[in-house]
Every structure is written in structure tokens, then in C-alpha cells.
Ligand binder design. Structure first.
Ligand code: 5AD
Ligand code: SF4
Length: 490
């Protein structure tokens, strides 16, 4: 049998599980093995350097780690300064206009570099590349860009670089949809050596009316649990302590595979020895089953922390956003989670100024923050994205008013975050030390279960360890603490 008495799948029984439940096995699933592609890739980067500028979410950050891996296998080395690099790549985000504006500005400044170094290759990839309007603008006003590729085909980067050496024209290689299945065994140069990201799912099927992601990242596709577990076992062997499972909508993990869900995957990952913390993002309010809540509650390795984007506190706005839940249903979910995980920390995402949002509807968002009392919130002004349904909605709220709402909302959340943090003073938290503080080399930097930044003093040997810390001071954005001597019972 592939499941034990409690119904969990055993990490060594995944083949049997696939056979029992008729989900695809590694042999049956269409998947491309990057190691096969790599055999054809030459050492074109020998003696050359690369620089990647990354915008957007953790998914993009992780794609950059993958592309760095591919480039370093080609012989490229990282450049300290973009101005010295032989290959400059912009890995872009399309979720809001301001991220795009920055990229256009930066691309413009690269033109003179080409005159200085005719061998320089400039690339643009990521979510912006999936947009027709972006590719058209590159054609017309930015012909100095050499290669443009999208979110579905990062694995073709080496061949595009090779083609760029022989081409005077911009090479566009953007796919509308992903390859069937997934690309496996991609090389990675990870940014951190304590914490690592692991893709579990790509794409999004939800089509919220403001969001460009379903257009730029395509349909939901899950990696096989075998592939995810294998990657994490490898990471444990390399000494990583914390992993973050990445997907646009992790609760939907496995829907396309059948007979395996996100809770099952968490159970499997929790069996990997050596990994001390398992995080995940983003878990949306859909499909947040009691089974999933119980799994989070049961495992010490899974922090009692959930990022649960709500977007608005008004049921009418939520309907126009097509979020598929009302304010009451969301609050009911929060309640279900808090009943089973009483000390859970919650954070959220909010959009203010959605088309037609009235002052009363905005106030419902403010009252939701007061009611839920999140540890923190990522807040944004609505940004119209070409091709998304919300751009067709009538909008009589001025930009100035929208900015005001953002400011007012942030004031409320900052106060709540500060108050929540104050409650921690005097408490002992378990933190994972991930390195030295970026601003003060004397200070170590750590993360609490709820992903709060904690500064403490201690020996460098503590990096990579879970330690207990007594919180001595709390600010809005971080905490300060003192490490308890190891072995002290708490
Ligand atoms: N305008 C503003 N914010 C947006 N987000 C997504 N699309 C938009 C948009 N068009 C925000 C949502 C999402 C987060 C990643 O970005 O809050 O959860
Ligand atoms: Fe930005 Fe969304 Fe693309 Fe991430 S998936 S880079 S947030 S548009």
C-alpha cells in the first residue's frame, strides 16, 4: 500500500502511490530533462561575465537563480557591476505599471554601452516579455535589445545567446503556453545557503479581473511529487535548513495530477530529514481545506504562518474582482484557521482604488484589517493592466484619491504591525539565523516562524541554526533579541 494507516503517503512509496492512484509516473509524465539540453550547450561564456536585474515576485527571483545556473554552466561568471558585463538580462514583472516603467528607463540607459562593447548582449525575459505591447515597443524603440524570451522557456536561454552572436536583429522567442509537463533538473545558483526556493507549481487558472498573471504565466501545472521531493532531499544533503515551496496558488497543487494534493505534498516534504522549516507561498483563500489546516497545525517544521491575500474587505469589490469569496467567507476561513492554529500569524495583500471603489467600500477594507489584525500587509494602488477585464470597468476615483487611500491604509496597518510586535517583547521565539545583517556586520539576522526579521548578537557559527531568542525590543518592521544559551528549555 502507498499510504500508511493515517492515510499519509510515505516518501519511499511514491512509485507505488502513482500506480495505485493512476497518477502519472516519472516515466509517463511529459517532462523535459535539462541535462539532455545541456549536452548541446557550448562553453560560449568562457572568460565572460553576466549581470541579471530581477523585478517582481519570488518566482522571478528563483527563475534568476535557474538562469544563473545555466549561464555558469556555459562558463559565464557573475559581474560585480552591470556596466562591466558581457551579458545583461532584465528579468521583468508585469503585475503593476511602475515595475514596467523602471525597466523601460533602465533599458534606455543601456544603449550607449552597446557602442562601447559591440559584443555586449542585452536580454529581456519574464512576465513583461509575454505582453504583445511590450514586444512591439522593443521592436520600434529598443532595437538594441538582442534577445527576448518569456516565462515558459527560460531553458532556451543558452541557444538564444548562441543565436544572438550571429544575428543583428532582435531575436524574439516567446511561447504562448508552457511545454506539456515540466522542465526538470535545471541548474541553479542559489542566493542563500540556508534557505532555498523550490517550485512546485507554475501558472494560475483563477483570472481575477485585475491580474495579468494568468496571461503571463499560463495554466496551472504541478511538478510531480517525486521531482519536488528529490530536489528537497538534495538541498538537505547540501545543508539547506529552510525551503519555501513556490507556486502562484499552492493550494491547487496536484489538481492537474489527480489523487495528490498540497497537504499530501507537505506531508511528504516534512519527511525529508535535515530540513527544519517548510514555508510556502502563495496560499490563496480558495481550496484552503481543513485537511491542509490540520497538516500545518500538526507539523512543527511548518511554521504557524500563512500569507493569505484578501485584496479587499468589501464583498461588492471582491465580486467585481472575481475573487470567488465574500468578506464573510474570508473571515470564516480566518476563523477556521485560528481555531485549529491559535497562535497563527497572518499577512495579506490589499489593492486599494479598484475601479469604482467607494469611500464606504474602502472603509470596509480598513475595518477588515482591524478585525483580522494581520502581522503585516503588502498594499498596492490598483494598476490597470492591458488585456485584463478590470480595465473595462468604469472608474471615477481619481489617482490622487487612490494614493490617499493607500496612505491612510498603511497608517492603520503600520500601527497594527507595531502593536502586534510590541506583544512579543519579553517572549521567547524560535528563529533561524540566516546571516549577518546587511546594515551592521556585528549583528546577526534571523527570521521568526512568522517570517519577522530579528536582529541579535552572537557568534558567526550560529548561522544556519535554529535558536531561541528572547525579544527585547520591537519596531514596526523588525525585532531585536538576545539568543538564549543553547540547550535552555523553553
Ligand atoms: N494592480 C495592483 N496590484 C496588483 N496585484 C496584482 N495585480 C495588481 C494590479 N493590477 C497585487 C495583488 C497580488 C500581489 C502579488 O500584487 O495584491 O496579490
Ligand atoms: Fe510579477 Fe506576477 Fe510575473 Fe511574479 S508572476 S513576476 S508578480 S507578474
Amino acid at each position: 500500500m502507498s499510504a500508511n494507516n493515517e492515510g499519509f503517503i510515505h516518501i519511499d512509496d511514491l512509485d507505488q502511490h502513482a500506480a495505485d492512484t493512476h497518477r502519472p509516473t516519472i516515466a509517463e509524465r511529459q517532462r523535459v530533462d535539462y541535462r539532455e539540453i545541456a549536452k548541446e550547450v557550448g562553453r560560449l561564456g568562457e572568460g565572460k561575465s553576466y549581470f541579471i536585474r530581477t523585478h517582481g515576485c519570488q518566482m522571478n527571483e528563483h527563475d534568476t537563480e535557474i538562469m544563473s545556473g545555466m549561464l555558469e554552466e556555459m562558463g559565464y561568471r557573475p559581474a560585480k557591476d552591470m556596466l562591466d558585463a558581457d551579458f545583461i538580462l532584465y528579468n521583468t514583472c508585469a503585475v503593476r505599471e511602475n515595475a514596467e516603467v523602471k525597466v523601460w528607463g533602465n533599458l534606455g540607459t543601456l544603449k550607449p554601452l552597446k557602442a562601447k562593447n559591440p559584443n555586449l548582449i542585452i536580454g529581456l525575459c519574464g512576465c513583461m516579455a509575454q505582453e504583445d505591447v511590450v514586444r512591439e515597443r522593443i521592436r520600434v524603440t529598443h532595437p538594441h535589445v538582442d534577445i527576448v524570451f518569456g516565462t515558459h522557456n527560460v531553458h532556451v536561454l543558452p541557444s538564444l545567446i548562441e543565436q544572438a552572436h550571429h544575428s543583428k536583429e532582435t531575436i524574439f522567442d516567446v511561447w504562448d503556453a508552457a511545454h506539456e509537463g515540466t522542465i526538470e533538473n535545471l541548474p541553479k545558483v542559489r542566493k542563500d545557503d540556508v534557505r532555498a526556493w523550490v517550485n512546485i507549481q507554475y501558472g494560475c487558472n483563477k483570472f481575477c479581473t485585475y491580474c495579468i498573471v494568468p496571461f503571463t504565466r499560463g495554466e496551472e501545472r504541478s511538478r510531480l511529487p517525486e521531482d519536488v521531493v528529490e530536489e528537497i532531499k538534495q538541498l538537505a544533503e547540501e545543508g539547506y535548513k529552510e525551503i519555501t515551496l513556490l507556486g502562484q496558488n499552492v493550494n491547487d497543487y496536484g489538481l492537474d495530477l489527480g489523487n495528490v494534493d498540497f497537504a499530501d505534498l507537505l506531508e511528504l516534504v516534512a519527511q525529508v530529514e535535515g530540513i527544519e522549516r517548510i514555508r510556502f507561498t502563495t496560499s490563496n483563500p480558495w481550496n484552503f481545506t481543513d485537511k491542509l489546516i490540520d497538516t500545518i497545525a500538526r507539523h512543527k517544521k511548518i511554521p504557524n504562518y500563512i500569507h493569505l491575500p484578501v485584496q479587499s474587505g468589501s464583498s461588492q469589490v471582491l465580486r467585481r474582482m472575481k475573487r470567488g469569496y465574500t468578506r464573510e467567507e474570508y473571515l470564516d476561513l480566518v476563523n477556521r484557521i485560528r481555531t485549529r492554529i491559535p497562535d497563527v500569524a497572518l499577512t495579506t495583500d490589499i489593492i486599494v482604488g479598484f475601479p469604482g471603489e467607494t469611500e464606504e467600500q474602502f472603509q470596509e477594507t480598513v475595518s477588515l484589517l482591524e478585525e483580522v489584525r494581520y502581522e503585516g500587509a503588502y498594499t498596492f494602488v490598483y494598476s490597470p493592466r492591458a488585456g485584463t477585464p478590470a480595465t473595462r470597468l468604469q472608474d471615477d476615483v481619481t489617482e490622487a484619491e487612490k494614493k490617499q487611500r493607500l496612505y491612510r491604509l498603511n497608517e492603520v496597518q503600520d500601527r497594527i504591525s507595531f502593536e502586534q510586535n510590541q506583544k512579543l517583547v519579553g517572549q521567547v521565539l524560535e528563529v533561524l539565523i540566516d546571516g549577518k545583517s546587511k546594515t551592521n556586520a556585528e549583528v546577526l539576522q534571523a527570521r521568526s516562524e512568522s517570517n519577522k526579521l530579528v536582529h541579535l548578537t552572537g557568534a558567526d557559527e550560529l548561522v544556519g541554526q535554529l535558536v531561541h531568542v528572547k525579544i527585547t525590543e520591537a519596531k514596526t518592521w523588525y525585532l531585536r533579541g538576545e539568543a538564549l544559551p543553547q540547550g535552555v528549555q523553553v
